[in-house]
Design a protein around this ligand. Sequence first.
Ligand SMILES: [Zn+2]
Length: 216
Amino acid sequence: MVPAVSWKLFGLAAVAVALGLEAVYLFMRRRRPPPVREVLFFPTPLICTEQVLRPGTCCSCPLPHHTDSALSQLIRRLLGARRSLELCIFTFSSSPLAQAVLLLHGRGVRVRVITDSDYMAASGSQIGALRKAGVVVRHNQSSGFMHHKFAVLDKSIVITGSMNWTMQAVQTNKENLLITDDGVCVRAYMEEFERLWVEFDPAGYCFFPEEEKKGL
Ligand SMILES: [Zn+2]
């Protein structure tokens, strides 16, 4: 027969273990950063983004300074990337957003861009400047547009919505962007990016389709 004192000790030990586990759980919960759930709406007032792109620098341009906008919030979020940026964007002509991407590339963040073949050569497109800087860009070859507009940061945050990365979209259009670290969403967007990255491998490009059809 087990003495009553042993049962008491066993009970106390069980309570101590339970309290310890609860303390660990509460500690871990406190340490976990809050989930990322943001929505940005455009158009946004035209402001100088120099301070966001290069904090501490002086700028004397005529645009408003020391004020926030949806564009500066987007740039700040992008510049938070530390390891990778996957960008899948139909039209890209915004200079401030291109500067943000180039800053990441210059820091050693692995940047991959997928875009639309028809619009990458349009007037004001930043795709050429990105390629010139060494950013790897792939594009569609099919007749349908590569119409996605999303970015994945560090494989852990997705930015998606209606907005192309153009100054017209930023300053004129009614646009929305959702920013989330929801794991299910991030995984789905990463899978789509990787699927398109393989589909648009340059090894499969056909540079002169009309001539090839004619057998020239
Ligand atoms: Zn300025």
